[in-house]
Design a protein around this ligand. Structure first.
Ligand SMILES: Cc1cc2nc3c(=O)[nH]c(=O)nc-3n(C[C@H](O)[C@H](O)[C@H](O)COP(=O)(O)OP(=O)(O)OC[C@H]3O[C@@H](n4cnc5c(N)ncnc54)[C@H](O)[C@@H]3O)c2cc1C
Length: 418
């Protein structure tokens, strides 16, 4: 089969890898408009469920992803005028660029042709292939070409957000809220390697305008945010990739859905098919899981049209609860002023239960784990569970998987800055 993936993001590259693993005779090409090694965004978070899937589908790339990831051991909540509080949980993070490098290398090793600097423009014909996978992200040109057929719906979120990076290495996943003269502004930050953290800033549109971001370019905007969050950044700058290319990275989140995902031999995958608000940090996971489901469907004996229908049904069913959670989560941040004057423990609990689903015992556990000893005991329990889950993963050897965990900045001294 000739397969053409338009878009070399996580979805397109991972699907290319799986298609080749399923049948080395497939001719698989990935078109990517960016040069090799160049991408937008910073680090992304993920959890055990994605690792389980990655090890099941391709232990080789899974091990490389695991080795390049870092781990954090709790969430911290900092807000002006309140004590720092802690939320139980752990997760992993990885630079988006490293993830793409790993997947590009794996795809190339398997014989996929990854063509960088190859953009499908509005004038281009669709690639001549048996299957064209539109994995060209939230602004998909292919989807827009047939928007009526796909039944695309886009809901624009109220808040403004910007995805920045910083050389300040946060010890763990941190939510920070600052009160300014123009209203509250906050960030979600987490380390993803020894030198860098992701730093996503969000605020209401009125706050954004009153703080002057509508009139600041990328460099001046990052400098203004640096002033606002100085107490959180240990003297380090905030970096906006846009500073080199002009414009500004501030956006409103676009929640995108499609009634249909296929049209003839064209199929939508990843952000081209659906977007999920970054407040639950799952878009990359969902894009990769789409790739897994599409690879399963295409390698079945079914005719292509039936296989694509099956893929769509499987993924829509899997996505529904997460999309509800993401919507509830993003709406919580749109109503943040309803909660931010609560005492510290109640505020951080409201933040953790922003989907409104937790039973009472979670609140009692939350209050108890604000003290160091119960928090440490809970962390050990979670570590044991994580370790035992890691050991059960197929293809995971003791040395590379369970025995040698990825970097843990949450428990290490901060690396010295040169
Ligand atoms: C602020 C923010 C934080 C996030 N944090 C997380 C997180 O922590 N965890 C997580 O799981 N997810 C996160 N996400 C979501 C995640 O980034 C996306 O869901 C994920 O990248 C989707 O992967 P994809 O392959 O479908 O699309 P993309 O990653 O967008 O890849 C699409 C690719 O197609 C290329 N392309 C586009 N048009 C063309 C064309 N015409 N011709 C050729 N190539 C083209 C693009 O250059 C790009 O490389 C975050 C998103 C945002 C906005």
């Amino acid at each position: 089969m000739r397969i053409n993936c338009v878009g070399g993001g996580p979805a397109g590259l991972y699907f290319a890898v799986l298609a080749k693993l399923a049948d080395p005779a497939h001719e698989v090409t990935v078109l990517e408009r960016n040069p090799a090694g160049v991408t937008w965004g910073w680090g992304v978070v993920f959890w055990d469920d994605l690792l389980d899937d990655l090890f099941r589908y391709d232990p080789v790339s899974a091990r490389r992803i695991w080795d390049a990831s870092c781990q954090w051991d709790e969430y911290r909540v900092r807000a002006t005028g309140k004590a720092v509080t802690h939320l139980a949980g752990y997760g992993f993070s990885l630079g988006r660029k490293v993830l793409l490098d790993i997947l590009t290398q794996r795809a190339t090793e398997l014989g996929v042709e990854v063509r960088h600097l190859d953009e499908l423009t509005d004038e281009s014909d669709l690639p001549d292939a048996d299957l064209v996978v539109a994995c060209d992200g939230a602004g998909s040109r292919i989807r827009e070409r047939y928007a009526e057929h796909f039944g695309t719906d886009i809901e624009v979120g109220r808040n403004k957000y910007i995805w920045l990076g910083t050389p300040h290495v946060f010890k763990t996943f941190t939510f920070g809220f600052e009160r300014t003269e123009a209203g509250w502004i906050w960030y979600h930050a987490y380390p993803f390697n020894a030198e860098t953290s992701t730093f996503i800033v969000e605020c209401a549109p009125e706050t954004w305008t009153a703080l002057g971001f509508d009139n600041l370019d990328a460099r001046a905007g990052a400098a203004r945010l640096q002033e606002i969050f100085a107490a959180h950044l240990g003297g380090q700058p905030l970096i906006d990739h846009r500073a080199e290319v002009g414009g500004t990275g501030w956006l409103n989140f676009r929640r995108l859905t499609n009634q249909r995902w296929d049209h003839g031999n064209v199929v939508l995958m990843g952000d081209a098919a659906h977007t999920t608000h970054f407040a639950i940090g799952s878009g990359t996971k969902l894009a990769i899981q789409d790739a897994m489901a599409l690879a399963d469907a295409v390698s079945s004996e079914d005719e292509l049209a039936v296989a694509l229908e099956r893929y769509e049904h499987r993924r829509k069913a899997a996505l529904a609860p997460l999309q509800r959670a993401a919507k509830a989560s993003s709406e919580w941040f749109e109503r943040v002023t309803d909660y931010v004057d609560l005492p510290a423990k109640q505020f951080s609990y409201a933040l953790s239960d922003r989907r409104g689903e937790y039973p009472m015992w979670r609140y009692l556990l939350h209050v108890a784990t604000q003290s160091a000893i119960p928090r440490t005991l809970l962390r050990w329990t979670l570590s044991a569970r994580r370790w035992s889950r890691a050991r059960r993963r197929p293809g995971a050897s003791r040395t590379t998987q369970a025995g040698r965990p990825p970097q843990r900045y949450g428990v290490r001294p901060r690396p010295a800055k040169g």
